[in-house]
Design a protein around this ligand. Structure first.
Ligand code: AMP
Length: 393
């Protein structure tokens, strides 16, 4: 068990709180979905109740080490003012003397929001020097950024080595819930994996075949698996460099006795466009001039049958290009079926959660995780550096 905020002395301390406020924004910087911020409030309020100086550190988007006004944390700081009953300050820098001065000037029981940590390229490089500059700002480090726990970055990993540390309530809740469901999962245990980034998810799928009874594959990644089986996939998106691994996964799954199901029909288009006309392809193989953009009705039926009889379900990644109305049906049908299931259901990943929210089914899901990649890695039994680096109780 990891040490939590309740296990360390934070009374009137300067606390560096790493959170995941990587929320979707519109072009004017308005927050489209504040779930990740709302989920963080219990930890912030607890630290404030202990009269700590709460120094909030997060990334927002992918600025790749450069300043980008649209991705400034100033919008998040403004949003926090509406939620918290204390003074909230914003620092246009995340390290350095000006930040230290702001921290000296603030009163205990107040919040300081640091500028986007990914404006500094040293963050993703996990730079020890950069981490030491962050550590200079605080007496205690608390990591509550579950969504980034699988990353070994300066503010999620290296800095933890330099200060007394603990996990926050959100991190604790995510880990305890996911681990308790998966420790001894009620069977059948079904994983539904979709989306496009197969290279990110291949290792995870390889580990999942040892844990699940059935894996349902959808989205663009299914075409790499189909191609690995020698099926014609037309112009569908796939990753050549992942074909061998996909073959190995299918082979290993067969040996272990885990079912890995792939689409048996598709909704295709001749071009990738929101207005593209949907073409039903009633069989597994896709003609040369078409690309698969959603799973077809036979696949939906087959996947729903597996989901209905499951007692534990994890779902990460859309079944198709659900952003385009003509290719959203597979994802929404799967969302509805998962929500109907009375077993333990865990949904992670921005797109799957967005489908669940759009259908207003969030109350019907056992656990909606704030971390897509992190929850998948935890489920697959892989290590989360941001958690491992925190001291045990
Ligand atoms: P990921 O971040 O890996 O979960 O991928 C999510 C993205 O995959 C979404 O933006 C989907 O539009 C995209 N996607 C899903 N299915 C397909 C497909 N068949 N072809 C191209 N992109 C897809």
């Amino acid at each position: 068990m990891k040490r939590t905020v309740e296990d360390i002395d934070i009374f009137e301390k300067r606390v560096l709180l790493r959170v995941d406020f990587n929320v979707p924004l519109d072009n004017s910087g308005n927050i489209l979905d504040p779930s990740r911020i709302l989920a963080e409030l219990p930890t912030i309020k607890y630290l404030l109740s202990k009269n700590a100086k709460v120094i909030i550190c997060s990334h927002l988007g992918r600025p790749k080490g450069e300043f980008n006004q649209q991705l400034s944390m100033v919008n998040i700081a403004k949003y926090l003012i509406k939620l918290l009953n204390c003074k909230i300050r914003f620092s246009p820098e995340a390290i350095g003397d000006k930040v230290k001065k702001l921290i000296d000037e603030m009163n205990f029981g107040e919040v300081l929001v640091l500028e986007n940590i990914r404006f500094y390229k040293e963050e993703e490089e996990n730079s020890p020097l950069f981490a030491s500059k962050l550590a200079e700002l605080a007496d205690v480090y608390v990591n509550d950024a579950f969504g980034t726990a699988h990353r070994k970055h300066a503010s999620t990993y290296e800095v933890a080595k330099l200060l007394p540390n603990a996990v926050g309530f959100l991190m604790g809740k995510e880990i305890n819930t996911i681990v308790s469901v998966l420790d001894n999962p009620q069977r059948p245990f079904v994983a539904i994996i979709g989306g496009a980034k197969i290279s990110d998810k291949l290792n995870i799928i390889h580990n999942l075949i040892k844990k699940c009874d059935t894996i349902l594959i959808g989205g663009a990644m299914s075409y790499t698996f189909l191609k690995a089986q020698g099926v014609d996939i037309g112009k569908s998106v796939y990753e050549e460099s992942c074909i061998e691994s996909a073959k190995n996964i299918l082979e290993d799954a067969k040996q272990i006795g885990t079912k890995v199901l792939l689409p048996i029909d598709h909704i295709c288009a001749s071009l990738f466009s929101p207005n593209a006309q949907a073409v039903k392809v009633k069989q597994c193989a896709i003609q040369d001039n078409l690309q698969g953009l959603d799973i077809g009705p036979k696949t939906i039926k087959m996947y729903k049958n597996e989901i209905k009889s499951a007692n534990t379900i994890i779902w990460n990644g859309p079944m198709g290009v659900f952003e385009f109305a003509n290719f959203a049906k597979g994802t929404y049908e799967i969302a509805k079926c998962v929500a109907k299931n009375k077993g333990k259901t865990i949904v992670g990943g921005g797109d799957s959660i967005s489908a669940i929210n759009k259908l207003k089914l969030n109350q019907k899901i056992y656990h909606i995780s704030t971390g897509g990649g992190a929850s998948l890695k935890l489920i697959a039994g892989e290590c989360l550096p941001g958690v491992d680096v925190i001291a045990d109780k």
